[in-house]
Design a protein around this ligand. Structure first.
Ligand code: PLP
Length: 445
């Protein structure tokens, strides 16, 4: 029997990981099987996957129908390029389905293999759009601090968490950041976007990109009218508005897409993750009819942008089956109902323990903040490592979760599979209570 822990250390560079810690401590768990909301590791220990792995396994693990869809498509036509004038049935049907689900007026889809590629593609399509429209000077993109848009070169540049670009000092020019809309006690930051537009030159701004809820930044929910004001601002200045729905898409927030909560329609939408529930890599960009019309009428020659796997038939077949399950099983409504139940549990914990600050939940995307003083929201000193300790305590109790500790925050994020039921929600709440209590005791109450 091979020693997987040793081989992992020797050969596997994990994404977004501490390589030093991996060498010293080895992998925490090597996951072997998934079933519903559960994961089981090679040691036989079972965990609740309270993060849907990386905010993506929306329909839960081990769904045989997806394996069957992949098998059938692979046996028929595993792959054929959609380059140039070729096409394939699953990609066409998936584009049609995504157009049907997208807000009115967004009807054409460019496919990728993930979120970073989707955002990089959006940025290139935007620059191309302005160029062929005769306004090539519109070449700057405004993004938000604490926003996360991926790790390809342009999407890293859009990301508003500096650690992601500082690791290689590699960004492309033309990306500027406005304040995150979520800063406790400060006024909503719509003014900050306006200031950036004026500072950079209004005629130079191509687009504004934001997540409906900032996920990797700590599940940060903007104030209620924020995106209405963003839409108005973008219209006033003639700027394109891109919604990054990579986390918030496909039912995660209790609506099919996160921006629906604001009643606002973007000009472009990027997606990935939940479109296949992570069973196979796939992402994409949906563009408005207005943009599509400009591309159709003014593009001359080849659109020199496309991935080998843009429109991958097997990935598309899996996505179609995944979306079918989301609709058939009413998972968007379940996300809303179970999210409300989980929030009730969080609020109960907050009344019982004295290190719990803000708790929030939109559908099944939420967070619990841990603070030294819930009255003033005073944060713990980062050396205390409060959130990582809670994550560790949850892991011991069989719950996989994720902490956000940038900017000295202690935020525990939650995004369980949308198939979760009430009894399972209560199980998470009980284990979370127990884990936070144990850390509170360690801290000396
Ligand atoms: N956009 C958002 C909002 C994300 O959360 C992520 C990944 O977590 C990405 C983009 C990048 O997606 P990927 O990791 O599939 O490249």
């Amino acid at each position: 029997m091979k020693d997987l822990f040793e081989l992992d250390k020797k050969h596997f560079i994990h994404p977004t990981s501490s390589i030093k810690q991996q060498q010293e401590q080895g992998a925490k768990s090597i996951m072997k099987e998934g079933d519903g909301i559960y994961l089981t590791d090679t040691e036989g220990k079972t965990y609740i996957d309270a993060m849907s792995s990386l905010w993506n396994v929306n329909i839960g693990h081990g769904r045989k129908e997806l394996a069957e869809a992949a098998k059938q498509q692979m046996e028929t036509l595993a792959f054929s390029s959609a380059f140039s004038t070729f096409s394939n049935e699953p990609a066409i049907l998936l584009a049609e389905k995504i157009a049907e689900l997208s807000p009115d007026g967004l009807n054409a889809v460019f496919f990728t293999s993930g979120g970073s590629e989707s955002n990089d593609s959006a940025f290139k399509l935007i620059r191309h759009y302005w160029k062929i429209k005769g306004e090539p000077e519109r070449n700057k993109i405004i993004a938000l601090k604490k926003g996360y848009h991926g790790v390809a070169t342009a999407s890293t540049s859009a990301t508003g968490i500096p650690q992601f670009w500082e690791m290689a000092d590699l960004t492309v020019p033309g990306f500027v950041h406005a304040e995150s809309p979520y800063e406790r006690g400060t006024k909503p930051s719509i003014d900050s976007i306006r200031e950036v537009i004026e500072r950079e030159g209004r005629e130079q701004i191509a687009a504004f990109i934001a997540e409906p809820i900032q996920g990797a930044g700590g599940v940060l929910v903007p104030p209620e009218d924020y995106f209405k004001e963003v839409r108005q601002l973008c219209d006033d200045y003639g700027i394109l508005f891109v919604a990054d729905e990579v986390i918030t898409g496909f039912g995660r927030t209790g609506k099919m897409f996160g921006l629906e909560h604001s009643g606002v329609v973007p000009d472009m939408m990027t997606f990935a993750k939940g479109v296949t529930s992570g069973y196979i890599p796939l992402g994409g960009v949906v563009v408005s009819d207005a943009i599509h019309n400009v591309l159709k009428e003014k593009s001359s020659g080849t659109l020199f942008h496309g991935f080998t796997y843009s429109g991958h038939p097997t990935a598309a077949a899996v996505a179609l089956k995944n979306i079918d399950i989301i609709e058939r099983e009413g998972l968007v409504a379940n996300s809303q109902a179970m999210g409300d139940e989980l929030l009730k549990g969080f609020r109960q914990i907050k009344t019982e323990l004295n290190i719990v600050g803000d708790v929030r939940m939109t559908g099944l995307l939420g967070a619990m903040e841990l603070v030294e003083d819930p009255e003033t929201n005073k944060r713990f000193s980062p050396e205390l490592q409060v959130a990582p300790k809670v994550i560790e305590a949850l892991h011991e109790r069989g719950v996989v979760c994720r902490a956000v500790t940038y900017d000295s925050t202690d935020i525990i994020c939650f995004a369980p599979p949308l198939i979760i039921n009430k009894a399972q929600v209560h199980m998470i709440v009980a284990k979370l209570h127990d884990a936070v209590l144990s850390v509170q005791k360690q801290l000396g109450d």
